[in-house]
Design a protein around this ligand. Structure first.
Ligand code: UT7
Length: 309
């Protein structure tokens, strides 16, 4: 879906969207493709890259705010569809920080010896919860999935540290007001847009920059590194201006910050694995490089991870 397509739906312009967000197009899944369908495809490719078997995966974590059903989890659907006989599977609801949250849970379980090998997925069909009559939000979001296989490392490479934090006091800055147990849908429900994503954009913008910078500083400190040791920052792709402000706050040049927002928009939990995968395929990640992942989303919740490639 291009900006020109959106110009036909709401009162917006390519010029506004590009200058205010950096987005030129976003992917919208077909009606018959769900977030679990995308998760299965991403998981299949990640497993293939890892060279591991289905039997070797004993933990599946899916970050998503757009599961196929409220019950069961998308992770259980992935388990059933792909056949992971030895795994426990569950979802985490951490919005755009869902993949990094999944990484941090997987790291803890693996480090403690509870699990041996995890499949971590970020998948979102945000088009299913986007109000295409609200120009404040509909120009931003796209659909995507990404996945990674996590296992113990023996050479000091891999995840060095992870950091997560949240603050529920700003929960109504980025939320879906209805449809949950507090306000379940009834026969006379108005479907007035409250069943879709609502966001106080400029408020979220300011907190996002500050908290993502905090998360990067904390995760680097925990890993015994400074920003000078970092080869590439792979941030959540919500807005190019947020990414630029983050780079400025961290005092790193934009050449050290990956961005692909113009092609996909904001894909929530899928955004970081999608960007990491593209950076890898573009040959930007060299063995021994320190890479920082960082994300921020509805909750509000934010987090970062540092890994040695
Ligand atoms: O992924 C999780 C975290 N999410 C984020 O981090 C998103 C954070 N927020 C943002 O990225 C930005 O705040 C937005 C892109 C959502 C909005 O950009 P902004 O520069 O903060 O604009 P604004 O909300 O302050 O609105 C400025 C003007 C308003 O018009 P008035 O009231 O000044 O006349 C809006 O009505 O722009 C108007 N506007 C638009 N105009 C054309 C808002 N959306 C659009 C649009 N097309 N799509």
């Amino acid at each position: 879906m291009t900006n020109a397509d959106l110009e036909k739906i709401v009162d917006t312009s390519d010029e506004w969207i590009v200058t205010r967000t950096g987005i030129r197009q976003r992917r919208i899944a077909q009606d018959d493709m769900s977030s679990a369908d995308m998760a299965v495809e991403a998981a299949r490719r990640a497993l293939e890259m890892s060279g591991r078997t289905h039997e070797e995966i004993d933990l599946i974590i899916t970050g998503t705010v757009t599961p196929d059903y409220r019950l069961p989890s998308n992770a259980c659907i992935v388990q059933e569809r792909m056949g992971f006989p030895n795994a426990v599977a569950f979802d985490v609801v951490a919005a755009c920080a869902g993949f990094i949250n999944g990484l941090s849970i997987a790291q803890s379980y693996i480090a403690s010896g509870v699990h041996k090998r995890a499949l971590v997925i970020g998948t979102e069909k945000l088009s299913s919860i986007t109000n295409y009559e609200d120009r404040n939000t509909c120009v931003l979001f796209g659909d995507a999935a990404g996945a990674a296989v996590i296992e113990p490392s023996e050479n000091g490479h891999g995840l060095l540290s992870t950091y997560m934090k949240s603050d529920g006091s700003m929960r109504d800055w980025l939320w879906m007001p209805t449809g949950g147990s507090r306000t379940p849908y009834s026969a006379d429900f108005a479907f007035d847009g409250t069943d879709k994503i609502q966001m106080a954009g400029s408020d979220v913008f300011k907190v996002a920059v500050k908290k993502m910078a905090d998360a990067v500083q904390n995760v680097l400190r925990d890993a015994g590194l400074t920003v000078d040791d970092v080869s590439l920052v792979v941030p959540h792709q919500a807005n190019i201006r947020i990414i630029e402000a983050l780079a400025k706050r961290l005092r790193v040049g934009m050449d050290k910050v990956y961005q692909n927002i113009e092609k996909y928009g904001n894909t929530s939990a899928a955004s970081v694995p999608l960007a990491l995968d593209e950076a890898n395929r573009e040959g930007l990640l060299k063995p021994g490089d320190n890479i920082v992942l960082v994300a921020f989303g509805g909750g509000l919740i934010w987090g970062a991870a540092v890994l040695k490639w």
